[in-house]
Structure formats: C-alpha cells, structure tokens
Design a protein around this ligand. Structure first.
Ligand code: 5GP
Length: 345
C-alpha cells in the first residue's frame, strides 16, 4: 500500500476540474528530460483514455533517446509551432504544469501560460514552488514527477485505466530521475509502484536499454574526450568537466549527447561533488549542471553562484560569460564551500 502523499482536498479539487474539463493542456520545462516527458505522457495517456482532448506542449526539443516513448510524436514543440500552441494554451480548460516550479522554467511559453484563463495545477517535486497555479501539488521528497502522476491517478481511483503505454512513460520518468534507481531511490514505495507498473506489462529491462544503450559512436568518443580533460580538485572532493561549442562540433554533437556526463566524476573515490560546464548551442551562455552525493547541497551552491537551483543532489544554473570566467566562479564557490565538501559524513 502507498502512503497518501497528496492531500485529499487537492485530489478532490483536481477531480472536480477533471470531470468538467474537455480541453486539457500539459506543459513541462525547457530542455525536457526523461521525467518531464515521462510524467507528461503518463498523464496524457490517462487523460486520453478518459476521452479528454489532451495536448502536451514543451518549450523545445527533447533528446533522441526519449523518442521511442508512446505518444512522443504528438508532443508539440513551442519553439516550432508557437502560434498553434498559443491557441491551445489560451483555449484550454485546464493546464497541468508538470516537473517545474517557476514560470521562468518554461521559457518563452511563460507569457502564454500566465495569460491563459485556464485553471492551472502544478504537479512537481522541486523545492520552493512559486504561486502561479490554483492547485499546487509540490512534494520535493518524492524523487520524480512521474511517481506523483502515478500516485495522483491511483488516488483518483483510476489505477485500472493506466495502460501499458502510460505505465511505460511513468516508469521511464521514475527511472531517469533516479539515475536508474541509483540515487534518491531509497523509498520502498518506489518499488511497490514499479511492481504495479510491471503488472501493466511493461518490460523494464527493455526500457533501460532503450534509454541508456542507444548512443551514437561519436557520443561515446565525446565522453572519452571530455573525461580525459577532467579536472579533479582532490582537496575539495570535487571534479569539473567542460565542453565548448568548438569541441561539440568536432564530435558532431547533437542535443542530448552529453546527458549523464555530469554523473561520471562521482564514480571517483571520495569525489562527492561534480560540475559540468557546457557552452549552450542555442543561447549565448554556459549551462551548468551539478551533482552531489550525500548531504552536500549542490542546489545551494547553484543558487548562490549561478542564479540556479534544483535538488540537494542534482541542480543547475546558467552563466553568461566565457568558459574561463565560469571556471573561475566555480573555483571561488569551491573555496567557499570547502568546509562542507570536506566534512566527514
Ligand atoms: P540538469 O543537470 O539535469 O540539467 O538539471 C538537474 C536539476 O537542476 C533539474 O532537474 C532542475 O531541478 C535543476 N536546474 C537545472 N538548471 C537549472 C536552472 O537554470 N535554474 C534552476 N532554478 N534550476 C535548474
């Protein structure tokens, strides 16, 4: 049995909207990851089975390794179909905001979502949710938004209506947001949910292979290159990897190719904090990814030094400047956080 994570009043409130709504739009964050797409499509399949008119809209493209997901072909990319997406957002009865906690996380879509008269619900697990939705289901202790979608559908009484396709999407989001159940994954209820998803006929081993073992040769060579240039800060239990635009073109980089790189330095003994600096291909900025193990709050460092945020063990931010400048800020942050980085846990 599952703990009742979501408050009953919120379930009842959303159920009322759900019963009355016809047009439902699901939106998720910029550079959508496995949980953004998994939770969106998990909810999409359920709502579709209830004869709702459902559209999933995300700000921009998502990685190739998520394109096998059932329903992914119908996900609308806002940067390509803005006019059509604006119309759907404006005319929606309900907008479900999944896997993000602040309007700025949906980039150019923010204005349209804010202006829409639709009822809005946030379903998310990031800290510090902003108040832009009438119903806010925000549970930072839950490791993925996809898990919340499963919990929501069950609490509404529709477990029986979760299809194999929907279960595959929910499982994918749960798996990717925990690094294949290697972090944030000690809650035993996760495994109860997995067993329920298996009862829908999903092949979890195949899903793992489809997500993690479908890379290109150039991606693997890029990984080798990036790691060979890694800097390890032994005195700080930290490591840094970087990727410039020039290096990206040398390896025929496509979006998603560096997914997961930031986790690799954490496999070095004693390294508890990893940073990945990558020159963005679309915007003139450096995208920052942080990962930590244990109690080191990489979200705090991201907020303080890189105008970012996220979770205790997975966070990010943005830097407007050169790679050298970003590296200098990172090293300054290491100095400030040295006591926490070197504290024995
Ligand atoms: P990733 O390294 O996978 O891009 O991001 C990890 C987590 O960090 C995301 O799930 C998100 O919570 C957070 N994050 C990434 N980039 C940003 C950012 O620019 N601003 C904020 N506030 N959070 C971010």
């Amino acid at each position: 049995m599952l703990t009742k994570v979501i408050e009953q009043a919120k379930i009842d409130h959303f159920t009322k909207w759900f019963e009355r709504a016809d047009k439902i739009v699901i939106v998720s964050h910029v550079s959508p990851d496995g949980d953004a797409i998994g939770s969106s499509l998990g909810l999409y399949h359920f709502l579709d089975s209830q004869e709702k008119t459902v559209n999933v809209i995300v700000p921009n493209a998502f990685p190739d390794f998520l394109r096998w997901m059932p329903g992914s072909k119908d996900v609308l990319l806002y940067d390509r179909y803005k006019e059509f997406a604006d119309k759907l957002i404006a005319e929606a009865d309900v907008i479900c905001c999944l896997d993000f906690n602040a309007l700025k996380r949906i980039d150019d879509m923010a204005d349209a979502v804010a202006a829409s008269p639709a009822r809005k619900i946030m379903i998310d697990h990031h800290l510090y949710p902003e108040e832009f939705c009438k119903i806010t289901m925000s549970y930072p202790k839950i490791s993925s938004t996809s898990e919340l979608i499963f919990r929501l559908i069950c609490r509404m009484g529709y477990f029986g209506d979760i299809s194999k396709e929907g279960a595959e999407c929910i499982y994918t989001g749960m798996m990717t947001d925990t690094g294949g159940f290697t972090y944030n994954s000690n809650n035993r209820e996760i495994y109860y949910i997995i067993s329920e998803l298996l009862s829908k006929g999903i092949d979890k081993d195949e899903i793992y292979r489809k997500v993690y073992n479908t890379y290109s040769e150039s991606r693997l060579r890029l990984m080798g290159y990036v790691l060979s240039n890694m800097t390890v800060y032994s005195d700080y239990n930290a490591a840094l990897i970087t990727l410039t635009k020039a290096e990206q073109s040398k390896f025929n980089y496509i979006k998603g190719d560096s997914e997961g790189f930031v986790n690799i330095p954490l496999t070095i003994k004693n390294v508890c904090f990893s940073c990945f600096l990558r020159e963005d291909t679309e915007k003139p900025m450096i995208k920052i990814s942080f990962r930590s193990v244990g109690t080191f709050p990489c979200n705090q460092l991201a907020a303080e030094f890189f105008n970012g945020g996220g979770h205790l063990n997975a966070s990010g931010g943005e830097f407007f400047g050169t790679m050298e400048e970003a590296k200098a800020v990172f090293e300054k942050a290491l100095e400030k956080y040295k006591p926490l980085l070197t504290a024995k846990s």
